[in-house]
Design a binder for this molecule. Structure first.
Ligand code: CA
Length: 222
């Protein structure tokens, strides 16, 4: 899952980015509204965390312009002002949730999990395909009840596959949702990671779940 943070306070942005990366999210940061708007329009984010008080273009303007351009990504507003008016305006403009600063990182994380689930069939915190399970809270991955150790990147790759079971995922889609802005798509890094992941989740089991579609990409299915 790939998240955009639009926040001009560098310390706050760095704190959120670090915490989210530890949770295996791919994270980009924009430090003003103009960059935030541009990145939100250019890239396929799974979630946008948007501060209201921003230089160049303020947060409410960024929000309304993203919605005008039909960007339907869930948006969580950050506000320093505990003003009811701001929150109501934000929600009416198309934000999905808001959080007043200062906040505990655990609360931010809990709200992010809810927003990433919204509109999806699964309401549980465990994703499953056949005997393979991924726990979104504890980050434990098991197949046939045996725990599988994954690196952070392998985990986020698997999460993306499991959230999109039965769908063909191209390398571009994978790059856009699992890696951040600095990722060079002209490398074979994705194939290397998929192979590592496949060794861990599929190799010693008779039924394979992760399939290669030559020249197209990958699909996870039974
Ligand atoms: Ca600010």
């Amino acid at each position: 899952m790939r998240i955009l943070i639009v926040e001009d306070e560098k310390k706050v942005a760095a704190f959120i980015k670090k915490g989210l990366e530890e949770e295996t999210y791919a994270v980009d940061v924009a430090y003003d509204g103009e960059d935030g708007l541009h990145m939100g329009l250019e890239n396929q984010y799974d979630l946008i965390i948007l501060d209201l008080m921003l230089p160049v273009i303020d947060g409410l303007n960024v929000l309304s312009r993203l919605r005008e351009k039909k960007v339907e990504t869930p948006i969580l507003l950050l506000t320093a002002k505990d003003s009811v008016e701001d929150k109501v305006t934000g929600l009416n403009t198309g934000a999905d949730d808001y959080l007043t600063k200062p906040f505990a990182f655990s609360e931010l994380l809990a709200r992010i999990r809810v927003l990433l689930r919204r509109g999806k069939a699964e309401t549980k915190t465990v994703l499953q395909i056949k005997d393979l399970t991924l726990d979104l809270v504890s980050h434990k991955v098991k197949r046939n009840d045996e725990e599988i150790e994954l690196t952070g990147k392998e985990y986020s790759l698997l999460e993306y596959f499991m959230r999109n079971q039965g769908k063909v995922l191209t390398r571009t889609m994978i790059a856009e949702h699992v890696w951040d802005y600095n990722f060079d798509t002209f490398t074979n890094v994705i194939d290397v990671y998929v192979n590592h992941l496949r060794k861990k989740i599929d190799k010693s089991y008779p039924e394979k779940l992760l399939h290669t579609l030559r020249g197209v990409g990958y699909i996870m299915k039974e």
